[in-house]
Design a binder for this molecule. Structure first.
Ligand SMILES: *Cc1c(COP(=O)(O)O)cnc(C)c1O
Length: 382
């Protein structure tokens, strides 16, 4: 008989969610907005140590709002990490702007400051500097923010930190998502905490956040009738879902601890194998280890990520490849891309050789044993 399925990153409820949902029902706050939304925003802002937060319907919506607030328009350029989920970049297209993709560097798998510098120099020469840079913190690991921010500051370009995967991680003592002009988080079902779907836009700029609230509620002008002078969106978070978020935020530190322990266990069991290389943690940063990610040496181990994922699937274990770089996506064909070195693309190598292992905070030691056993088996180390 097949054993129960082990998912990559399933939701993990704390038990307190229903309390907040019940409150919403009792007071009949079944609406986008309401006391849970206000409280969730305040609690999250306090947790990450930032002035303000706006709860929205998804992380994607939060990125889109950030671009709107920065007045990204048709024809403008926006730089973005290439090794990421499509949602980091699709809002650039929503605005009719032109994405330029920046490669990863090997230490963090995130935006390469070297490639960024080259891209900025070229853009300056062409007289077409980007209006924003979207930096992703992959699988919980912060990018090299000091280097990236100092380059962007030199050219006066605002940074949007896509911290969808890195809520709770820290960079030199600061919470991930709070280092740029805007930060965004996602509470999709597979993220470290979830509201089933949802997101948050954060900033130190309270005026900008006020505008975000306005744009996210159909941009209604103050009038007794329905009056609109700007294009808006229906992007706010429901008061029910914000209730789930409040209960999830109460346990985030436990969730991070659990995910880090899962990483540690994989690392101890598999880290010694010649040909297996885990994503490292940059000095002076703490990763929430949302997903345990590693690369394999295909020649040494004589298997590829697809073989491994297929075998794990047969064992009823869900594993995934590392994100396919956006510059390789058909949607973005022909778009500018800056590799780490002129002839060496780090993100492509990570995609070719990378695997994410099941990392849910509710994973049991037995389940983890099954993953470790199956992984060793398929790479012939059992
Ligand atoms: C999940 C994710 C998003 C999008 O968040 P949604 O809430 O699903 O819209 C954006 N960027 C990255 C890197 C993500 O992993």
């Amino acid at each position: 008989m097949l054993k129960e399925r082990i998912y990559l990153s399933p939701p993990h409820m704390s038990g307190n969610e229903l309390k907040y949902i019940e409150e919403a029902f009792k007071t009949n706050w079944i609406a986008p907005l309401g006391p849970n939304v206000d409280a969730f925003e305040k609690e999250l802002a306090k947790y990450v140590g930032i002035e303000g937060a706006v709860a929205v319907s998804s992380g994607t919506a939060a990125i889109h709002l950030a671009l709107r607030l920065l007045e990204i328009k048709t024809g403008d350029r926006v730089f973005c990490s290439t090794l990421t989920f499509i949602a980091s970049a699709s809002p650039i297209l929503y605005q009719g702007a032109e994405p330029v993709f920046i490669d990863s560097e090997p230490d963090t798998w995130n935006m390469s400051p070297i490639a960024l510098e080259r891209a900025l120099e070229d853009a300056k020469r062409e007289g077409k500097l980007p209006k924003a840079v979207i930096v992703v913190n992959l699988y919980g690991q912060s990018a090299k923010m000091d280097e990236i921010l100092s380059l962007c500051n030199k050219y006066n370009i605002p940074v949007i930190e896509d911290a969808a995967e890195s809520l709770g991680s820290t960079y030199k003592g600061k919470k991930s998502g709070t280092l740029g002009k805007f930060g965004i988080y996602s509470f999709n079902g597979n993220k470290i905490i979830t509201t089933s779907m949802g997101g948050m836009l954060v900033s130190h700029d309270m005026e900008a956040l006020k505008k975000a609230r306005f744009l996210a509620t159909q941009a209604r002008d103050p009038a007794l009738h329905y009056q609109h002078s700007q294009l808006g969106y229906n992007y706010r978070m429901s008061n029910i879902l914000a209730g789930i978020g409040r209960a999830q935020l109460e346990v985030i530190e436990q969730r991070i601890k659990a995910r880090r322990a899962i990483f540690q266990r994989y690392f101890e069991e598999l880290g010694q194998i010649d040909g297996v290389c885990f994503m490292t943690e940059l000095e002076d940063t703490v990763s929430n280890r949302w997903l345990t990610a590693l690369t394999i040496d295909q020649e040494k181990l004589n298997v590829n990520p697809v073989d491994i994922i297929k075998y794990l699937d047969k064992e009823n274990i869900e594993a995934r490849r590392v994100w396919k770089p956006l510059h390789l996506q058909p949607l973005f064909e022909g778009i500018k891309y800056y590799p780490h070195h002129e002839n060496y693309s780090v993100s492509e190598a990570l995609f070719e050789n990378g695997i994410c292992l099941p990392s849910g905070s509710n994973m049991t030691p037995d389940q983890q044993d099954r993953v470790i056993w199956a992984f060793k088996k398929v790479i012939n180390q059992q």
